[in-house]
Design a protein. Structure first.
Length: 213
């Protein structure tokens, strides 16, 4: 099964990709990780990507898809894979198509913007040990202080409400059109991402098993 996860930042794509990856024993592939690994290994594509990354520029789609194709030819992808975080735009999806990378199912995790803002804006991390907290869903016993080590809790810059809102705008403008793109191909499956994690997983596995037949 070749799967793809779509969804706004904070919708839970990474969490579900990890669970589904373990369940079906297929790798979950993040292009961010691929770029870092290729750069560290000094591969031809990695060196080309490095020049863009060090200049603070976006790595061209052709290089990213080239790395992706390289990764997908690895033995652990023989029975399928999960794409998490790529493509981000319709042109990138078209490049994937041209390179012969086809999807069996595209899963879009649907979460309202207000819920995303609440979910992400309340997050904080311990500056010392990295433990994560949430003002509503997982508060620390003492506000601003880590239960585990007593370190200071800090909100990441990209979790601030105004930044989250800006990231959502980019998602709606650039990435959400992928839903139409894959719906026309009959590959799209929408799942409500606001319930319990296990209920969302159950809905996704049911959809995958139906496609697998």
């Amino acid at each position: 099964m070749n799967l793809m996860f779509l969804g706004a930042p904070g919708a839970g794509k990474g969490t579900q990709a990890e669970v589904i990856s373990d369940h079906y024993r297929i790798p979950s592939i993040s292009t961010g990780v691929l770029l870092r690994e290729a750069k560290e290994r000094g591969t031809e594509l990695g060196l080309r990507a490095k020049t863009y990354m060090e200049a603070g520029q976006l790595v061209p789609d052709e290089i990213v898809v080239g790395m992706l194709k390289e990764r997908l030819s690895a033995p652990d992808c023989a029975n399928g894979f999960i794409l998490d975080g790529f493509p981000r735009t319709v042109p990138q999806a078209e490049v994937l198509d041209k390179m012969g990378v086809s999807m069996d199912l595209v899963i879009s995790i649907e979460v309202r913007d207000e819920a995303i803002v609440e979910r992400m804006s309340g997050r904080s991390l311990c500056a010392s040990c990295g433990a994560s907290y949430h003002t509503k869903f997982k508060p620390s016993a003492k506000p601003g202080v880590c239960d585990r080590c007593g370190g200071e809790l800090k909100v990441r810059a990209d979790d601030k409400p105004e930044v989250v809102q800006s990231r959502l705008t980019v998602y709606h403008e650039q990435t959400e059109p992928l839903k139409d793109f894959y719906e026309k191909k009959g590959k799209l499956f929408l799942v409500n991402g606001e319930g319990a994690i296990e209920d969302i997983t159950a809905a996704i596995t049911e959809a995958i098993d139906k496609v697998k037949g």
